[in-house]
Design a protein around this ligand. Structure first.
Ligand code: GLP
Length: 263
């Protein structure tokens, strides 16, 4: 794992977008794993700008989102399909048939989950997976006690997650209680992961995720098992990291980061 700290949330999002753009330029057929949440909005804004101003080409790319709420139609403003359409898909030249999210309205959720895994496999697996972290330390919706080898499945949301994500549903009472999420095992199979974390309110949980012991209580700690995972933080999110000087030194001296060093 590598940890990279940038001064501001905007610089952290820019670095993340630059990594995605470079991956897409070197492989136009990229299979890109996507995440939702407020943190990611800045990344999508930059990618849209790169498409509009620099011609960043999504036409051959395929995407798979981490998760979707159960029982929420795609056109509901709280659905992740709606989020992705609004923040990215409708602004770039991606083929909508190559954008995948679990179908939370499927009649048979178990079959839907199995088929989602099959779709990922049939596309050759995910090349680069973008991730955020919830306050409970989840990646996707892998809430506490998610098996570290879990696959795409239905998961009950914690009260904390319900409160954190309730705004788009008009309050916790209207929030769905269940979601379909890629499993921790599914995420660990992606060829590369990039976890973006910004803001002081995530400083404690991200320090546990990066430097703490691996535990299914905090599914993000499983990323320590991933052979190619980069955590990008802003100054505020990095406040509780113990080895910040070391991470900074690596970033400044590692040749593969040379082209990304200046914001
Ligand atoms: C949801 C998503 C996660 C995301 C998290 C963080 O719970 N399922 O994938 O990482 O939100 O959201 P935010 O960026 O709004 O803090």
């Amino acid at each position: 794992m590598e940890a990279i700290v940038r001064n501001t949330a905007e610089e952290a999002a820019s670095l993340t977008a630059a990594v995605i753009a470079k991956a897409l330029q070197s492989n136009p057929h990229l299979v890109l794993g996507l995440a939702t949440g407020r943190t990611m909005e800045a990344v999508y804004t930059i990618l849209v700008r790169m498409h509009e101003e620099g011609g960043l080409d999504f036409s051959q790319a395929t995407t798979f989102n981490l998760d979707e709420y159960v029982g929420i139609p795609a056109d509901h403003p709280g659905s992740y399909r709606h989020y992705m359409n609004e923040h990215l898909f409708r602004h770039v030249n991606i083929d909508p048939r190559r954008t995948h999210l679990p179908n939370g309205m499927a009649r048979d959720i178990e079959t839907e989950c199995r088929q989602y895994e099959e779709r990922i496999r049939n596309c050759g697996g995910i090349d680069l997976q973008l991730l955020g972290i919830g306050r409970s330390g989840h990646i996707g919706f892998n809430e506490p006690l998610s098996a570290l080898r879990s696959r795409t499945r239905e998961k009950a949301l914690t009260q904390r997650t319900i409160e954190q994500n309730a705004a788009l549903f008009g309050g916790p009472d209207q929030m769905p209680r269940w979601a379909i999420t890629m499993g921790v095992g599914t995420i660990l199979e992606c060829r590369r992961c990039i976890l973006l974390v910004t803001g002081r309110e995530k400083a404690d949980i991200v320090a546990k995720a990066v430097e703490g012991p691996i535990t299914s209580m905090i599914s993000a700690t499983a990323l320590q098992l991933h052979p190619n995972c980069t955590v990008v933080l802003d100054h505020d999110a990095a406040l509780h990291l113990q080895q910040r000087d070391y991470y900074d030194w690596v970033f400044e001296n590692e040749p593969h980061w040379a082209e990304f060093r200046r914001p």
